[in-house]
Design a protein around this ligand. Structure first.
Ligand code: DC
Length: 335
C-alpha cells in the first residue's frame, strides 16, 4: 500500500468550486499514478479553516469515489500558511513509484516531493506576456520574473550616467560598477538598481526604446541571463521575455510564444500608458512598437524568436482571461 499526497486551492469558498477542485485533484492523482477506483482504499482530506461551504469528502463522494473510506478534517488557522487550501492523502494499493500531485495555488507547496516547474513565455511588446505571466504565477503559486525589467534597469543606469546605449564599450564599463537585482514581496517583483527601487521609473516609453537598444550588447545579455538562470534554478517560476524559451531556459518544460497584431498591441500599450497618465497618440505608440520589434528580432545575440518547441498563442482576439485559461490548461494537462 502507498500513501499519495496532494493539495489544491480554491479562489472562492463556494460549493461549486470546492466540488470542481476536489474532482480535478483526485482525477489527476488517479491519472498520474494509473490508479483504478478499486485500488483506492481511503482518502483523507484536511482543509484550511477559511473553507466553510462544503466538505471535500462529500465532494469526493459526489465525484464518484464511493468505494473507499472518505474522511474530512479541519486544519487549525495557522498564520502565514497557504489560504483556501485542500490537502489530501490517498491510500492506494499500487506497485512502483508514486507521484504526489500539487495543483493551482498549492503547486509550489512541497518542493521537496514534487518537480520544479519552469515556464517560459516570450513574445513582442504588448502581446500580453507580462500580464498573463503574473496571473499564471498567482494561479500556480510560483514566482514571476519579468526579465524585461532587468534590461530596462540597465537602460536607466545608462541614462543616469549619460552613457550612450549604442556604445557597447562604454555600456560594458558601466555595467562593471552597476548592480541590478530583483526581489519578490508577496509575488510582486521589485527591480533594484544600485540599491534603489526603480520598478516605476523604468516604465516609460523612453526607457522601453533604450532597453531594446542596450539589450543587444553581449556584456549586458551575459550578465542578465546569468542572473535569470540563477533564479530559475532555485525556484518554480515563470519567466517572460524575448529569449527565455530559445536561450535562457532551453530545457523549460513549458514554453509559450505570445503574438498579436501590431495594431492591437499598440492599442493595448496606449491604454496602459493612459492609465498611468501618459497620453501618446496610437500612431506614435505603433511606430515605437514596430521599431522595437525590428530591433529585438534583428539583433545578433539571442534575438526575439519563437523556440521550435514553444506553443504559439495569437492573443489578438483573446481576452487576458482566455489566454490565462488556455495556458493553465496546457500546463495542467502535462504537469
Ligand atoms: O518586455 P519589455 O518590454 O519590458 O522589454 C524591454 C526590452 O528589453 C525589450 O524591447 C528587449 C529587451 N529584452 C530582451 O532583450 N530580452 C528579454 N528576455 C527581455 C527583454
Amino acid at each position: 500500500m502507498k500513501a499519495i499526497r496532494g493539495a489544491t486551492t480554491v479562489e472562492n469558498d463556494t460549493t461549486e468550486e470546492i466540488k470542481e477542485s476536489v474532482k480535478e485533484l483526485l482525477t489527476e492523482i488517479k491519472r498520474r499514478n494509473t490508479l483504478k477506483s478499486e485500488n483506492i482504499i481511503c482518502i483523507m482530506f484536511s482543509n484550511t479553516a477559511d473553507i466553510r461551504s462544503y466538505y471535500p469528502a462529500k465532494a469526493a463522494r459526489e465525484a464518484g469515489f464511493f468505494n473507499c473510506a472518505l474522511y474530512s478534517s479541519l486544519e487549525p488557522d495557522i498564520e502565514g500558511s497557504l489560504k483556501k487550501c485542500i490537502r489530501v492523502m490517498v491510500l492506494a494499493e499500487t506497485e512502483g513509484k508514486i507521484e504526489h500531485v500539487y495543483l493551482k495555488g498549492a503547486a509550489n507547496l512541497r518542493k521537496d516531493i514534487t518537480k520544479k516547474l519552469n515556464i517560459a513565455v516570450d513574445g513582442p511588446a504588448g502581446s500580453g506576456k507580462s500580464t498573463v505571466a503574473k496571473l499564471i504565477a498567482k494561479r500556480f503559486n510560483i514566482l514571476h520574473l519579468d526579465t524585461g525589467a532587468m534590461y530596462r534597469a540597465v537602460a536607466l543606469a545608462c541614462m543616469k550616467a549619460k552613457v550612450d546605449c549604442t556604445d557597447s564599450k562604454k555600456v560594458k564599463k558601466l555595467l562593471q560598477n552597476t548592480k541590478i537585482t530583483v526581489k519578490f514581496e508577496n509575488g510582486t517583483q521589485h527591480t533594484i538598481l544600485n540599491g534603489e527601487n526603480v520598478s516605476d521609473l523604468i516604465r516609460t516609453p523612453e526607457i522601453s526604446m533604450l532597453a531594446s537598444t542596450v539589450s543587444a550588447h553581449e556584456s549586458v545579455r551575459t550578465k542578465m541571463v546569468e542572473a535569470q538562470r540563477e533564479i530559475a534554478a532555485d525556484n518554480s517560476c515563470i519567466l517572460d521575455g524575448r529569449d527565455i524559451g530559445s536561450n535562457v531556459l532551453p530545457n523549460a518544460e513549458f514554453k509559450f510564444y505570445l503574438t498579436a497584431l501590431s495594431e492591437v498591441r499598440a492599442e493595448r500599450r496606449a491604454k496602459e500608458n493612459e492609465q498611468k497618465g501618459l497620453f501618446q497618440p496610437i500612431s506614435e505608440v505603433l511606430c515605437e512598437i514596430k521599431q522595437r520589434d525590428n530591433q529585438d528580432k534583428s539583433r545578433k545575440i539571442a534575438p526575439l524568436v519563437k523556440a521550435s518547441d514553444a506553443v504559439e498563442v495569437d492573443t489578438s482576439n483573446m481576452t487576458i482571461d482566455e489566454v490565462v485559461e488556455f495556458i493553465s490548461k496546457s500546463i495542467q494537462e502535462k504537469i
